[in-house]
Design a protein around this ligand. Structure first.
Ligand SMILES: *Cc1c(COP(=O)(O)O)cnc(C)c1O
Length: 374
């Protein structure tokens, strides 16, 4: 049997006629850049995330960058973020001209350890970017209190967590900005790149919308230096349609997540992911297990050989990436992030995963571990 890590073809087969209809409408209108499809999508996502405003952009990475630009964060400024995330989180900080300052993660939930944030705050600190990793919120309440105390901007990286909730409140609208990605593999994925910045302040939203269009308002008059960070109308039309299914897909992901938790709980080598006490809605973007004692790479290979798609998110923590060498971090600086990088393995959790496939993943994994035990 083959179980891919993600199977987007199944989802497309189910939605094909409806999506082609959406595409046909945009083609008939020949309005490909911004316009009514984008307006409607922004409104729908803002509502879904309980945010006041939404600004469609070209990607999740650009969403992070444009939020930093809107806050005029740049050279000489420091931005605190998690040492364990997809590269874009820290990449955006550097691209804006600022310096990423890393904080270790909380080992159980892989989100920024809020207790270690304050010691990194300096007179240059301008913002904090918590990452809601794998579909689970960072511990936002104490983080927001800390940010308020030090007058820091909070930019949520919610690229993996659309619809997740911290203490009953949707992520993306808790901080000053919330960044979403619609990269095809995310819970709500487009047919190409797209992203969004959420916020509650109309002034901020206005600036974001100017920045995504070369800082232009009115036409050919440039108040600020932006760039082309626009979302395509085609993506907005496809994503608006797919948004209607997001809750049912999330439920299927949650079911797969819970099934794995149950089926793997008695295996001594595996640590299953759990819901954090503050998390009232985990959207199960990934199901990431930990394998102790140097087992991870061996199990990863054996699973691949048995036809089970799995992946390591992420094998190198941000502070040890080659491009950040100049920041002067060393191995040992963020031990929880480093351990996570060597122990974690993501299993298929996508909504269309069948019961038989799930059984196959579990049986294969357990028999691999049994083999290693001998
Ligand atoms: C996917 C992702 C991004 C970047 O989104 P793109 O749309 O691929 O640019 C940023 N941060 C995290 C945590 C992500 O998972």
């Amino acid at each position: 049997m083959q179980v891919p890590l993600l199977d987007l073809k199944q989802q497309y087969a189910m939605l094909k006629d409806e999506i082609l209809q959406e595409i046909a409408e945009v083609c008939a209108s020949q309005q490909f850049i911004l316009g009514p499809k984008v307006d409607a999508f922004e409104k729908a996502v803002a509502e879904y995330c309980s945010a006041g405003h939404a600004c469609g952009v070209s990607s999740g990475s650009d969403a992070l960058l444009i939020a930093l630009l809107a806050e005029k964060i740049g050279s000489g400024d420091e931005v605190i973020t998690s040492a364990y995330s997809f590269f874009a989180t820290a990449g955006a900080i550097s691209r804006a001209g600022a310096t990423p300052v890393f904080v270790d993660i909380e080992p159980l939930h892989y989100t920024i350890d809020v207790n270690k944030v304050e010691e990194q705050i300096t007179s240059r600190t301008k913002a904090i970017i918590p990452v809601h990793l794998y579909g689970q919120p960072a511990d936002m309440q104490p983080l927001l209190e800390l940010a308020a105390k030090h007058k820091l901007c909070v930019i949520e990286d919610a690229c993996q967590a659309i619809g997740a909730e911290d203490r009953g409140r949707r992520v993306g609208a808790l901080g000053d900005y919330g960044c979403l990605s619609f990269f095809p593999s995310k819970n709500l994925g487009g047919f190409g790149d797209a992203g969004m910045v959420l916020c509650n302040d109309p002034k901020r939203d206005e600036l974001l919308k100017i920045l995504r269009n070369h800082g232009m308002a009115p036409q050919y008059h440039h108040q600020v230096i932006g760039s082309n960070f626009r979302i395509d109308a085609l993506q907005a039309a496809i994503l608006s349609h797919k948004l209607k299914y997001l809750d049912s897909w999330t439920e299927s992901r949650q079911k797969n997540f819970a099934d794995y938790q149950g089926l793997l709980k008695d295996c001594p080598e595996i640590v299953c992911p759990t819901c954090a006490p503050w998390c009232t809605r985990h959207v199960a973007n990934q199901f990431v297990i930990r394998l102790k004692n140097g087992l991870r790479d061996k199990v990863w290979d054996a699973l691949k050989n048995a036809g089970v798609g799995c992946a390591v998110y992420y094998p190198v923590p941000l502070h040890l990436q080659e491009c950040f060498q100049s920041l002067g971090c060393r191995r040992g600086d963020f031990p929880e992030s480093e351990t996570a990088a060597s122990e974690t393995l993501a299993l298929p959790v996508y909504p269309e995963l069948s019961h038989i496939q799930k059984k196959y993943v579990v049986d294969t994994l357990l028999s691999i571990l049994k083999e290693f035990r001998r």
